[in-house]
Design a protein around this ligand. Structure first.
Ligand SMILES: *[C@@H]1O[C@H](CO)[C@@H](O)[C@H](O)[C@H]1NC(C)=O
Ligand SMILES: *[C@@H]1O[C@H](CO)[C@@H](O)[C@H](O)[C@H]1NC(C)=O
Ligand SMILES: *[C@@H]1O[C@H](CO)[C@@H](O)[C@H](O)[C@H]1NC(C)=O
Ligand SMILES: *[C@@H]1O[C@H](CO)[C@@H](O)[C@H](O)[C@H]1NC(C)=O
Ligand SMILES: *[C@@H]1O[C@H](CO)[C@@H](O)[C@H](O)[C@H]1NC(C)=O
Ligand SMILES: *[C@@H]1O[C@H](CO)[C@@H](O)[C@H](O)[C@H]1NC(C)=O
Length: 302
């Protein structure tokens, strides 16, 4: 027998409605939150509550390097930034050339939005770096955002491990204008004015980026090793008066030993020439990269 009340309890019914509405709105807000998270176009921004210092790290790579990008997203996305800095990592390459890239790269962009595709044909030493820097001011020219969009732009290789907090700490006290920072070439020199900063990872302030965009000097001289060419512009235009030599906080991986390499040590901003998995693993192990992994009943990693 089903007891049917002929007198519906209005009070209870209204309460019931409120409860349903409450749960629906909780659900909606959770969904909205997920939605925003998934669409976040600055997927690799970490700890940006306070943005005293904004740094763009541009990893120059090739469209087909899917696994490398996957790995670097893990390496940069798992570093917890100290307060007061925002670091955005983007991958940079030239025009796509294969049909499958149009789908695979589009998927990456939809998920991570951390890719910049320049208008150029893929090349190492024929102006990709120059195209990259001169494209930046128009790419980040939103009038409602902060100015400069980034205080510093770092060009990095995809076989370089950058320790973000060490980079931030070393840049914090430095000039925010006319800065040219990195690992001085030749390797044996400690004089930042000697030649140029190695392409493993050099940093310039935003005013230099704007200068590259507007000046004729970079347009006339694009062919040659990208880091050396960059140094030529700086020298010819007498730019980069504020120079900082980050050697030996930046260095090549110790194996094979060379005049540009160094043992892994605490005081490190970047390690370069991580050409295989073994070298990456040893480097990440040395810097205790995964020590902050939280314990859980769901896994055991010993
Ligand atoms: C991020 O994406 C949102 C929504 O698509 C857009 O309104 C906003 O301008 C984007 N911001 C940047 C910095 O690209
Ligand atoms: C931001 O950095 C501070 C340490 O400076 C840390 O305590 C905090 O958990 C970080 N926040 C996030 C969201 O990573
Ligand atoms: C790159 O692609 C764009 C858009 O398809 C095209 O207009 C441009 O000519 C291409 N540039 C080069 C150097 O191939
Ligand atoms: C940004 O640069 C693009 C490309 O040159 C241009 O079309 C756009 O009007 C610029 N926007 C602002 C706000 O300056
Ligand atoms: C390296 O850094 C860690 C963590 O900051 C510290 O505990 C350790 O003493 C340092 N080692 C050396 C040799 O400086
Ligand atoms: C990594 O952890 C070990 C053991 O706690 C410590 O001795 C070492 O200094 C740490 N290294 C760094 C670079 O923090």
């Amino acid at each position: 027998m089903v007891a049917k009340s002929s007198k519906p309890n209005r009070g209870r019914f209204i309460l019931f409605c409120f409860i349903v509405i409450f749960f629906l709105s909780v659900l909606a807000s959770i969904n909205e939150f997920r939605f925003e998270g998934a669409l976040s176009n600055e997927s690799l921004v970490t700890n940006s509550s306070e943005e005293d210092l904004r740094i763009l790290i541009a990893v120059l790579t090739l469209p087909d390097q899917y696994l490398r990008r996957h790995f670097l997203r893990l390496v940069y996305g798992t570093q917890t930034l100290i307060e007061g800095a925002k670091v955005v990592v983007k991958f940079v390459f030239c025009n796509l050339t294969k049909e499958e890239q149009k789908v695979l790269v589009a998927l990456e962009i939809m998920r991570y939005n951390d890719i910049i595709i320049l208008n150029c044909a893929e090349n190492m030493n024929k102006g990709k770096t120059s195209t990259f820097f001169s494209s930046l001011p128009e790419m980040f020219n939103e009038t409602n955002g902060p100015y400069p969009p980034y205080h510093y732009v770092m060009k990095a290789d995809d076989d370089t491990y950058v320790r973000l907090n060490s980079l931030v700490k070393s840049l914090k006290p430095l000039a925010r204008e006319d800065l040219y920072y990195g690992f001085v070439i030749p390797c044996g020199s400690m004089d930042p004015f000697k030649h140029y900063m190695s392409g493993m990872g050099f940093v310039v302030s935003w005013d230099i980026v704007e200068w590259i965009h507007g000046s004729d000097i970079p347009k006339k001289h694009v062919v040659g090793p990208e880091d050396k060419v960059f140094g030529d512009w700086m020298r010819w235009a007498k730019r980069g008066k504020n120079r900082y030599n980050a050697k030996w906080s930046m260095y090549n991986y110790p194996d094979p030993p060379s005049v540009c390499s160094h043992e892994l040590w605490n005081d490190t901003i970047a390690v370069h020439l991580l050409k295989n998995e073994k070298k990456w693993i040893r480097t990440l192990t040395f810097f205790n990269h995964t020590d902050s992994l939280k314990p859980s009943k769901l896994y055991h990693i010993s």
